[in-house]
Design a protein around this ligand. Sequence first.
Ligand code: ADP
Ligand code: ASP
Ligand code: MG
Length: 405
Amino acid sequence: MALIVQKYGGTSVGNPERILNVARRVSATQEAGNRVVVVVSAMSGVTDSLIKLAREVSSTPTEREMDVLLATGEQTTIALTAMALNGLGKKAVSLTGAQAGITTDGVHTRAKIAHVTPKQVHNYLKEDHVVIVAGFQGETSDGRITTLGRGGSDLTAIAMAAALKADICQIFTDVDGVYTCDPRLVPTARKLDEISYDEMLEMASSGSKVMQSRSVEFAKKFGVVFEVRSSFNENPGTIVKEETRNMENVVVRGISVEKNQAKVTVTNVPDRPGTAARIFTALARTSIIVDMIVQNVSTAGTTDISFTLNKDELPKAEAALKSVIAEIGAGGLIAQSGIAKLSIVGIGMRSHSGVAARLFEALSDGGINIQMISTSEIKTAVIIEESQAAEAANVAHEAFGLSGK
Ligand code: ADP
Ligand code: ASP
Ligand code: MG
C-alpha cells in the first residue's frame, strides 16, 4: 500500500464541478489501494480577491491580519473537498495547516516552515480517511496563523510528502507538466519528461510560476522526487529529481520570462570604497529584493550603478535612495519600468560554450535590444523591453531547438 500526497492548485479546484472532479480522482486513487493525503489551494482568484478586499479597508493592513484573512481561502477549499468526498461515500477529513502540524517561523505572509509534526494526519490515515490539508498556511509556535508566500501550497505538499515519507508526491495543475517555456507565451513549447531540481529552481525563480521556487528548494534539500501533471487528463507529467548524467546532454532545458520588472540607475557615483555598500544597504533595510546589478567602468572618478527589481517596489526604492544619493554625492537616479527578464536555463550550459552568443544572435536577428546581461553556471539572463518579451521568448525557443515536433 503506497502513501500518496496529491496537491491540486487553484484552477483545479476553481468551481464546484472541478472540486467534484478532484474528489473523483482522489477516490479512484484510494480505491486503487493507496493511502491519500490531499493538499489544496484556494479556489482560483480567491487569494487575489482577498488581497483586494483588505486594501479596500486599509491601505496598510498589518501582515498578521493579512495571514488570518488569506488562510480562509484554503480553509474554504478543504471543507468543500472533504464534503465532496463524503458525498461519494468516502471517509474524508479536512485539516488546517496548524492541525496538520505545520509549524513556521513568525515572518507573516512569507513564513518558513520550521518543522512538520503530522500526528493528526497519521491518526486519520490509520482509520482509512482521506486527509485534506489546507495549503499555503501554518502556525507559529505561539499560535499565530501564518502563510508561506504566493504559490505556497506547492511547499505544503512537498513538506508533507517529506514529513510523511510519502512514496509519491504529485502536483496537479492546469497544464500537462513543466514545459520548455510557459505554453501561454510560446505555443510550440514542449512538455519535459524530466528536469533536475537545479534547473527547476532556476526556472521557478526566474519567472516560471508553475512551481513555487521555495518548494523546489525544499524538495532538493529533502530529496523529495515529485511529478507535475494535469488534473484534467491522465497524461504522464514531468518528474523533478536530482540530476542524472544524461541530463547534461541537453544544453538548454527551458526558458523563463519575468515581466513587471524595473531598472534603476544611480548616476555619477563617486568611485571609492563603500558607495555601493551604502546604496544596497539602504535597499536591503526596506526588504527590497534586488535582482541584476551592473556597475559601469569608471570615468573621471565616477561610475553608474544599475540594478533591476520588481516594478511594484520602485516607489519604495526611490524613497530609500533619495538621502543616500545626496550623502554619497552621486549625480541622481533614473528609473525605468516596462522591462522584462528573459532567462535560458540548463545544466548542460556548464560544459558547453557559445550558449550566450547564440542567444544574443537570435535576439539580434529578432530586432530585440539587450539592456543588461547576467550569467550564472546554469543560466544566462537578459533584460529587454517588456513589449518584446513574448517575441523574444519565441525567438530564443526556436534558436535552441526547443519546440515540439
Ligand atoms: P496552480 O494554480 O495549479 O498552482 P499556477 O497558475 O501556479 O497553477 O501554475 C501553472 C501555470 O504556470 C500554467 O498555467 C502556465 O501558464 C504557467 N507556467 C509558467 N511557466 C511554465 C512552464 N515552464 N511550464 C508549464 N507551465 C508554466
Ligand atoms: N492561494 C495561494 C496563492 O494564490 C497559494 C497557492 O495557490 O499555492 O498564492
Ligand atoms: Mg501555483
